[in-house]
Structure formats: structure tokens, C-alpha cells
Design a binder for this molecule. Structure first.
Ligand SMILES: [Zn+2]
Ligand SMILES: [Zn+2]
Length: 371
């Protein structure tokens, strides 16, 4: 049915003992020198990261024959690939955002933990904790194993499965917030600041600017957990993504189209950053982003209430995750690679900057795409 992806084993794979033994022996070398080092079979190319013995790309920035897609954000899931392998939820989000046809000629879903053999490579997907459906790609070739994290975070998120560290020989990570100054506060604390503002200004309309995939649904889920069960009014561009989340079993409570809002006083509206909300009463502009840590960015956003809520790992999470994988070598796709490589090096972990182009934080990329 899916000739593009070869043999489908449908078996839950086991952790390769070699990698575990490698952990016990310490870092810096692969367990068995006869294993091919991942740099001989996983290569940065102009299109993106290429797995040669499997003949596929991971999150390619250009149109390719076969793409494994970690998650549905625009900088990772580009339209028009001939064949796409991703989780069910990622495929559903891709179809919702770009239409069924553009989401990929052949679309094959792979559940977390299930194994598929592509060419000579065994591929499995594992939760990345970034947005619904987000996955790390684990590839095993002749006993050597690389894991590409995609975007991820470690802080629990009620809208997606938690990140699972996978032992590997090379861990490929992002570094969007790879500077020691980026330490995200607990998201509950930031949501509490929003609720406090709503209590303080009960007549004003609070307009939360948030990205349509992930940030929006997480913000809603956090608000529900904090006890806000009143209707949340949605800008139309956010509603489609929320519908996919709900179809995937993530309950988001009473959501309504902002066009139907009769009494804007005291209302809570979610909209993409910068979108006008008609009839808003003396709007309190709220922004929810990891970049709100940077004063200049917070100021530029024009937000009266900047909330530091990020779907990307902060500095501590990046370093902890590299350690948790036990990988003797870490490759960095994009972001602040130099500080992270330096910090890893102090712990005996070899670092390499891939400098893949086309990735960014989804907010910036989406703004660029919107032109
Ligand atoms: Zn992302
Ligand atoms: Zn990204």
C-alpha cells in the first residue's frame, strides 16, 4: 500500500544493548569501532538532513521524494513531498494547514514506538513533547544509532505526549534557546499572571497573541487547568488547528468564533500575534512566547503583558536532554549552537554544528512565510 516506505514491521523495537553498554563505558567513543559512525550515513545536504542507507530526508526544507517529518510546524513540514512518514496527528495537522494534496503524495503514519525498515535503516518515532504529534526520529543502521529530536521541550504539556530520552550514538538537537540566559519560568506561573490581569481589569478584553499550532492549544489547556472554564474566543485561523487537537482527543473546553462575540467586555480572545480584534474593549495585548524573556523582543511585540511560554527546550532542558540520551556526540541543527557545543564539550561530549538552513522558531518562520 505504501511502496515508498518499504517493509513495515509493526513490531515494538527494543533499546539496542550496544548503546546501553556504551553508557556504562563512558563517553567519547562508540562501543564498537566496526559500527559505521553516523557521520558516514547521516549527512547534512542543501535539502536537509539526509539518511543515505534509507534514502530519505528528515524535515527537508525543499521538496524531496521521501521525507520523515518530525512535526507539523511550517519550518519542518513543507508542502509537496512525494512521500511523507510522520505520526497520525502530524499528518492530520499538515492536511489541516496545507490541504490533503499538498501534505504529501503518499502519507504514511507511524505510531510512537513502532518500527519500520526503510532501505537498510530501522526507523522509529518517539514523543518530543513539543506539539501534538511531534516526534523524534530514531534511526539504527548496522548497530549505530542516531536520534533527530526535531523541536522539543521537557516541561509537561497537557496537549501532547512527554519527551522520551532515547539512548543513541549521535543526538541531533535544535538550539533555539541555547543560551544560558534562556531559562523559562513554569508555564503555570505565567498563566497565573494572565488570570490576575483579567481579575484586575474585568471590563477590558484580553487578547492573547499566540501561534496557531501548539502555543494556542497549550495556552487554552493551561487556562482550563488553572480553572478558567468560561468561553475562549478564537480568531478563525486558530480554530482549524484546535479542531484537529479535539479530534485527536485533546479536550479544550468551550471555544467560540470571535465573530460571534456579543459582549467583548471581560472576554478572553486568542489570535495570531498582531491580528486586530474588532470590538475589543480597551484591549490588554498579551503575548505568549519564549522570546518574551528578551526585553527588546517583548517591547517590539507591543504586548502590555508579555508571558514567557515556550514550546522549545530552554538552556537547562537542552543540556539535561543531551545528558539523558547518553550520546557521546551531539549535532546541532540550528539556533545558538556555539554555547551549547562549548557546554557539552566541558562534559566530554563532542559537538558539531550542522547549520541547516530553513529552520527557526515557528513564530519567526511563520511571519516570514506570511510575508
Ligand atoms: Zn516546531
Ligand atoms: Zn522549528
Amino acid at each position: 500500500m505504501f511502496p515508498a516506505w518499504g517493509r513495515y514491521s509493526n513490531r515494538r523495537g527494543r533499546v539496542i544493548p550496544g548503546s546501553i553498554r556504551m553508557l556504562a563505558r563512558g563517553r567519547g567513543t562508540l562501543l564498537n569501532p566496526r559500527m559505521p559512525h553516523p557521520d558516514t550515513w547521516l549527512k547534512p545536504m542543501p535539502q536537509g538532513l539526509y539518511c543515505e542507507p534509507g534514502d530519505f530526508f528528515i524535515d527537508p526544507a525543499r521538496v524531496v521524494e521521501r521525507a520523515v517529518v518530525t512535526h507539523a510546524h511550517a519550518d519542518h513540514a513543507r508542502p509537496g513531498h512525494k512521500a511523507v512518514l510522520a505520526t497520525d496527528a502530524t499528518l492530520a495537522l499538515m492536511r489541516a494547514r496545507m490541504g490533503a494534496k499538498r501534505a504529501g503524495g503518499t502519507q504514511q503514519a507511524l505510531a510512537y514506538g513502532e518500527a519500520i525498515t526503510v532501505g537498510e535503516v530501522r526507523v522509529r518515532l518517539h514523543p518530543a513533547g513539543h506539539v501534538l504529534g511531534s516526534a523524534q526520529v530514531e534511526m539504527t543502521y548496522r548497530g549505530s544509532r542516531a536520534v533527530v529530536s526535531g523541536d522539543y521541550k521537557r516541561v509537561p504539556d497537557p496537549t501532547c505526549a512527554p519527551f522520551e530520552p532515547i539512548p543513541c550514538d549521535v543526538f541531533v538537537t535544535e538550539a533555539t534557546f541555547g543560551l544560558p540566559l534562556f531559562l523559562h519560568p513554569p508555564p503555570e506561573q505565567e498563566i497565573a499572571r494572565l488570570l490576575a490581569s483579567m481579575a484586575l481589569f474585568p471590563d477590558r478584553t484580553h487578547v492573547v497573541g499566540c501561534y496557531s499550532l501548539g502555543k494556542c492549544q497549550r495556552t487554552i489547556a493551561l487556562l482550563r487547568r488553572a480553572g478558567w472554564d468560561a468561553p475562549i474566543w478564537l480568531h478563525p485561523s486558530l480554530a482549524a488547528m484546535c479542531a484537529v487537537y479535539e479530534a485527536c482527543g485533546v479536550a479544550l473546553g468551550d471555544l467560540r468564533p470571535v465573530a460571534q462575540m456579543r459582549d467583548p467586555s471581560g472576554a478572553l480572545v486568542l489570535a495570531p500575534p498582531g491580528s486586530p480584534v474588532p470590538r475589543a474593549v480597551r484591549p490588554v495585548v498579551v503575548a505568549a512566547s519564549g522570546w518574551m524573556r528578551v526585553r527588546a523582543r517583548a517591547k517590539a511585540s507591543g504586548a502590555e503583558l508579555p508571558l514567557i511560554v515556550s514550546d522549545h527546550a530552554d538552556w537547562a532542558e537542552l543540556n539535561r536532554t543531551i545528558d539523558d540520551t547518553g550520546a557521546p556526540e551531539v549535532w546541532i541543527t540550528h539556533g545558538w549552537e556555539a554555547p551549547l557545543i562549548h557546554a557539552a564539550g566541558l562534559r566530554g561530549i563532542r559537538g558539531r554544528a550542522l547549520r541547516l538552513v530553513g529552520y527557526g522558531d515557528e513564530e519567526t518562520v511563520d511571519m516570514e512565510n506570511a510575508g
